[in-house]
Design a protein around this ligand. Structure first.
Ligand SMILES: [Zn+2]
Length: 125
């Protein structure tokens, strides 16, 4: 599903297509990277999939697959998730969730982001 979702990527500036799919308690949701001429407004496929799942009412996200179909075949760094997406994954996905990176392997959130930024909600008052 992630690989197929990359075909819908809107990436006229980078021409770097990415697709993602996440598995939740209410089904699977896909995302693709979506760019804007105002580059800061671009959003990665992983976050589009995760945000879509949350917006549709998902309460438990257990797996996410990502496929960077435009990545150079032998480049590990072009296939892995960016730091912003890793931070969002830690917040929205279940502890112990699996991240499947097409052409690279399967990882846990702890492996991808061992020391995430967190705000302890009970300290906010
Ligand atoms: Zn990202």
């Amino acid at each position: 599903m992630a690989y197929t979702a990359a075909r819908r990527a809107y990436c006229p500036y980078s021409r770097f297509a990415v697709g993602a799919a996440c598995e939740t308690d209410i089904g699977c949701f896909v995302g693709c990277n979506i760019e804007s001429a105002s580059y800061g407004l671009c959003c990665c496929a992983e976050r589009v999939a995760l945000f879509s799942a949350v917006a549709q009412g998902a309460e438990s996200i257990t797996r996410l697959a990502v496929a960077c179909t435009s990545a150079t075949q032998h480049s590990l760094n072009e296939k892995v998730c960016c730091g912003a997406c890793r931070q969002v994954m830690v917040e929205l996905m279940e502890k112990g969730a699996e991240i499947i990176i097409y052409g690279v392997g399967v990882f846990t959130l702890d492996e991808l982001l061992p020391i995430p930024f967190r705000i302890e909600l009970d300290q906010i008052g």
